[in-house]
Design a protein around this ligand. Structure first.
Ligand SMILES: Nc1ncnc2c1ncn2[C@@H]1O[C@H](COP(=O)(O)OP(=O)(O)OP(=O)(O)O)[C@@H](O)[C@H]1O
Ligand SMILES: [Mg+2]
Length: 372
């Protein structure tokens, strides 16, 4: 959503938590007393954070995660009782710019962790690094206690950690079902373009198709299975990408702005899907600019600014943190794209996905040759 950046205060629904406007998702609550923190200038009084209702427990996994997080210190790098992902001293520079400089981060298993921060904070770059789509200048990270830094994306995915993209990636000239089948990373028969599939692969193809259809049904895209992905709306592409990420039965799902650009009706549905991932036993990390969404579904919030984690904790504490408010002020602006720009970005994303698939297929042929 484009923001109106005129005046002192940022506007748009995602800023409601700063302005104290009613929360469209949660029931309206009485306003909190004005913050005793540093002043933000003439309009300081409008930045009073909303009180936040206590999280509603949705499942056993959720209860366990909340219980674990209740003992975690609300500070950058805080240790978690049962971390599924741990990152240390991760640095990525682009020329003179340090895009990511994360000293330490732990993600609690079965939680929904929101990664927030102003534009250019390094959130996407951090996702790219953790999932093998980019290489760091320094740093290491573990998933389920095993080092995965340095692994290419398809091997990260095979270990159980997948991500979706801020700019949705789909191959528009392939059917929705074939796009889904491409998500079955790490399984034999992944290379759809392999002209002749040995019988074993064919059997697995049937299982892959069955799983794809099951997921398409879950995401209410089953009636689109035979259509070109290019015919889907922006919101349906988001659903397709989330569904495709689940093809490899991941333990950790990383979603980069899953709700961005999606119409309000679909936002509710996406929110429900994100919660159901956690309730089914997965761990979710998601990037989001809309603070109503964050406070509605996040169990824990990590805030990045200028590459580093500047705060983390439960949503209520983080959103009342003056450093967070300070980092956000006037810093979030999604400029509206022209149709040409949107098409250019989609084409770029499609090319990237094509290149990733070819790379993964090539790597798998090499691996397959080494260990038949
Ligand atoms: N390939 C690249 N080459 C040069 N600079 C880059 C590259 N990718 C990212 N950057 C820069 O790194 C910084 C972090 O960018 P990143 O996309 O990770 O931010 P972000 O937090 O995801 O922002 P947004 O909320 O707008 O998506 C920005 O200053 C960006 O311009
Ligand atoms: Mg980003």
């Amino acid at each position: 959503m484009p923001d109106d950046m005129s005046g002192d205060a940022p506007s748009g629904p995602e800023w409601d938590f700063l302005r104290g406007d009613p929360d469209p998702i949660a029931a309206p609550l009485p306003a909190a007393p004005p913050s005793a923190g540093p002043s933000f200038g003439p309009s300081a009084e409008v930045f009073t954070p909303e009180p936040i209702e206590p999280p509603q427990i949705k499942s056993d996994h959720h209860a366990v995660a909340l219980d674990a997080l209740s003992g975690a210190a609300p500070e950058p790098g805080s240790p978690k009782p049962d971390p599924i992902l741990m990152a240390d001293a991760v640095v990525r520079r682009f020329g003179g710019l340090t895009a990511v400089d994360v000293t330490h981060l732990e993600v609690q298993r079965h939680s929904i962790t929101a990664l927030i921060g102003p534009n250019g904070a390094g959130k996407t770059t951090f996702f790219n690094l953790l999932t093998g789509f980019d290489k760091p200048d320094a740093g290491a990270w573990t998933f389920e206690g095993r080092v995965i830094s340095g692994l290419p994306p398809h091997r990260v995915s095979r270990r159980g950690m997948v991500r979706t993209f801020q700019l949705t990636k789909a191959l528009s000239k392939l059917s929705v079902l074939d796009n889904m089948r491409l998500g079955a990373t790490g399984q034999r028969g992944e290379a759809l373009w392999a002209a002749v599939l040995p019988p074993l692969w064919k059997r697995q193809e049937a299982a892959i198709t069955a799983r794809a259809m099951e997921l398409l049904e879950r995401f209410k895209l089953d009636d689109k299975a035979g259509e070109f992905a290019g015919t889907l709306s922006g919101g349906q592409r988001k659903l397709l990408e989330m569904a495709r990420a689940l093809m490899s039965s991941p333990q950790l799902v990383m979603l980069d702005e899953p709700m961005a650009g999606v119409n309000p009706a679909l936002t509710q549905s996406l929110l429900g899907h994100v919660q159901s991932l956690r309730d089914d036993g997965m761990t979710v990390v998601f990037v989001e600019h809309d603070m109503d969404v964050v406070r509605h579904i996040a169990d824990w919030v990590v805030v990045m600014a200028q590459g580093s984690v500047i705060a983390e904790g439960p949503p209520a504490a983080v959103m009342a943190d003056d450093r967070v408010i300070d980092a956000y002020l006037g810093a979030h602006h999604d400029a509206p794209l022209s149709i040409e720009e949107e098409e250019e970005r989609l084409a770029k994303a499609e090319n990237e996905l094509q290149a990733e698939i070819e790379q993964a297929s090539a790597d798998q042929s090499v691996e397959g040759g080494a260990t038949p």
